[in-house]
Design a protein around this ligand. Sequence first.
Ligand code: FAD
Length: 369
Amino acid sequence: MAYDSSQIDAFKNVWVFCEQRQGKMMPTTFELISEGRKLADELGCNLYGILLGDDVDDLASELGGYGADGVYVYNSPLLKNYTTDGYTKVISEAVQEFRPEVMLFGASNIGRDLAPRCAARLHTGLCADCTHLDIDLDGYINFLRSGSSLDVDNMKFDTKLFDVNTNLKMTRPAFGGHLMATIVCPRFRPAMATVRPGVMQKRPYDEAGAANVEIMHPDFELVAADIETEVLDIVKAAKKMVDLIGADVIVSVGRGIAKDVEGGIALATELAELLGGVVGSSRACVDAGWISADHQVGQTGKTVHPRIYVALGISGAIQHKAGMQDSECIIAINKNETAPIFEIADYGITGDLFKVVPLLIDSIKAAKE
Ligand code: FAD
């Protein structure tokens, strides 16, 4: 059958674009594979990774450890470095051949470049920068309930058994973060989404899954003339970026450090180091030029869910909360007892951070001795 993205019954399975750079898998890929597993289980279908690169088979089995049933691997010296043209061509042709119904990309610089190109070429819809994904099974479950005695609440079913459509529900912040919009792509497949790094939880690694993953090498054609750009050199930023997403503990500073910016950042750094964590920030501090943008937590910064998040002099604007409210334990220090950050804090201290944080540091040091 000729490829037609509106023939939605012809599409099945969940795919994740597995982003590797210089032979190293990007951590977001494991988050997406974990989330893809959940979606595939709800849909009653398989989860496949699609991995492009040069000689990257070794990276594929690890994906099984996070829940992939199989990985389509496309090896070519022309795919060693990312190019929009090369990757778009290979992925678009793979989708036309195998027809997944859902396709996820990380909202990294590469994912944000690649996913819209693929969506346009495949004539389907894409929802960018999602923070939550779900399958809309309501219509399907109602259909099964009507006229059958099946125990639908407890059954694992194949949603392709009956002619009832299921949609991917893609949720993302809209209107400056003031509301969350849930978007579906009901008339075309695959339903494509880019997903913010750090939002989805990685599953525990499963050795058996890694051992059983099916690695496939479909035929494909890619020649140098397909790629209009040439990567001459890859220069890594000399500056060490802070790893907010992988951090267990984050101590973030806000505009509350204004009266002594250097002193405030030094206190946050000392507290973070004592707790084995890193320093984050609200956008106010980034906009003021007090700290670099890689520290920013929030809607236009990073989404984090560390074990402990300490907010120093941060009011708790909705755009900041969007990036940190799923932290396991939130500790807020703010001199204004009505600051919104206290609404989501597990522990709140009303007071001047320049007085409270030194006391905290001293007591942690004393407890460690
Ligand atoms: P403020 O809101 O000014 O709060 C400062 C707090 O410090 C106050 O609560 C005050 O009581 C307290 N304080 C002052 N002095 C002390 C002291 N000595 N000790 C203790 N407490 C003290 N913001 C983000 O953080 N991340 C984002 O990604 C982000 N994205 C945005 C996207 C859009 C489209 C928009 C419109 C805004 C975005 N913002 C973002 C900005 C956001 O709306 C807020 O302006 C910002 O989060 C405020 O930062 P703040 O809490 O540090 O500053």
